[in-house]
Design a protein around this ligand. Structure first.
Ligand SMILES: Cc1ncc(COP(=O)(O)O)c(C=O)c1O
Length: 407
């Protein structure tokens, strides 16, 4: 089922702040967070800020009890700025610079090493700290069913310490005389089923047992993120998949990103032009948003629901056929939604000519977060909805913002 969107608020937001525009419903995101907290009582739910670092979203989630999972010093700074207390900060990242490791330890974050080399740096840096919080991000060697670019837990991916190297990693930690707070892994992203989490939980329970036997019992087990959606049924299935191997929910860390915010966000875009291709039996609606504002369709072949928010000119397309929603970017692959006739009724499609405002759904995650300025595109404004009111969270980027970097 495509997410329901508050149409009138979106139409008002488009009129007030222009398009393209990101809109995020903070109440919907907070409800997803609470869904996780209810399914895993006492667990640390560390929102993966990479999914959507909107400052007001982050502040709201932290105020509702979320921790924050970060992968860079900048994300760490954003999390702290949003008020996240040290005990709720978790840092991952396969290429953390030494300086970033130092900053994260100083901030009191749990820092997960992703390779033996990085573990060496982490342990040396930790030696100067009072109570360093160290974890191991393992590579669980699980081929979850998802796009290859999202299969971060596969054995051949660049992420995490291979399970075969766990004894060596534990030896390094023991020799450093530092405790181990956590073992964890991230099985992959955009997972439609909770099934891979059963195998993940089993492997992490084994890893924790090995660590305990080596004199380093980890207080916490980190299951990463990865669910595509986190409705009640999906969370029940996730909790069931994990429970038999890891019964103590309060010991767990979860790092959901996409499933907290994807359904809570829309990208509003206005149709600028119609590009008919009668010989090919198709037409493009060219909009004012493209791969620079939402790269997921191009990057992962992701599909997004679309709805008509404000009708525009009557659409005249000779001979019917397929109608694709394209962006204005100079890339042939810059197609946001294929076959609009599957998402819109015939009447809606007929009203989707130039001037129409469309809402692209499930755009709350990895939309604004992955926006770029390619082709001289200025990043859109971000608006948040809370208690039925819309307000600006980030203004639209300007030419002066871009020029301000020039030496
Ligand atoms: C270590 C880690 N945790 C959490 C996440 C968030 O994943 P998702 O947005 O799929 O929940 C990712 C995504 O790349 C990740 O690599």
């Amino acid at each position: 089922m495509p997410p329901v969107h508050p149409g009138a608020l979106l139409a008002d937001a488009a009129a007030r702040w222009g398009t393209p525009l990101y809109v995020t419903d903070l109440d919907a995101a907070a409800a997803r967070l609470h869904g996780y907290a209810d399914a895993f009582p006492g667990a640390l739910i560390a929102y993966a800020v990479k999914a959507n670092p909107d400052p007001q979203l982050l502040r709201r989630l932290v105020a509702e009890g979320a921790g924050v999972e970060v992968v860079t010093a900048v994300e760490l700074a954003l999390a702290r700025r949003a008020g996240c207390p040290p005990e709720r900060l978790v840092m991952n990242g396969v290429g953390k610079r030494d300086e970033e490791i130092r900053l994260a330890l100083e901030a009191g974050a749990l820092v997960n090493a992703e390779s033996l080399h990085e573990l060496g740096v982490l342990l040396r840096t930790a030696a100067g700290h009072d109570a360093p919080r160290i974890g191991l991000r393992l590579n669980p060697a699980l081929d979850a069913e998802t796009h290859p670019h999202l299969a971060t837990g596969a054995g051949g991916s660049k992420f995490g310490i291979p399970l075969a190297q766990l004894p060596q990693a534990l030896r390094l930690v023991r020799e450093a005389g530092i405790g181990l707070e956590s073992v964890g892994a991230h099985v992959g992203s955009a997972l439609e089923s909770a099934e891979p989490y059963a195998a993940l939980a089993e492997r992490l329970a084994e890893a924790a047992a090995i660590a305990s036997a080596a004199g380093l019992p980890p207080a916490r087990i980190d299951l990463g993120g990865g669910l595509l959606v986190a409705d009640d049924a999906a969370l029940d299935a996730l909790a069931d998949a994990v429970r038999s191997h890891l019964p103590d929910a309060a010991r767990l860390i979860l790092e959901p990103g996409r499933s907290v915010v994807a359904d809570a966000g829309w990208l509003l875009t206005r149709v600028v032009r119609v590009q008919p291709r009668p010989a090919e039996g198709l037409a493009y609606l060219v909009a004012d948003a493209g791969m620079t504002e939402l790269i997921r369709p191009m990057l992962y072949g992701a599909t997004h629901p679309v709805s008509l928010v404000v009708p525009g000119a009557r659409l005249e397309v000779d001979g019917g056929g397929e109608v694709h929603l394209a962006g204005p970017i100079c890339e042939a692959g810059d197609i946001l939604v294929r076959c609009l006739e599957r998402s819109l009724t015939a009447e809606e499609l007929a009203g989707a000519g130039p001037g129409a405002v469309l809402a692209i759904g499930r755009a709350g995650a990895y939309g604004a977060a992955m926006a770029s300025v390619y082709n001289g595109r200025l990043r859109p404004a971000e608006v948040v909805l809370e208690a039925g009111e819309a307000r600006l969270s980030r203004r639209r980027e300007t030419l002066d913002d871009l020029l301000s970097r020039d030496a």
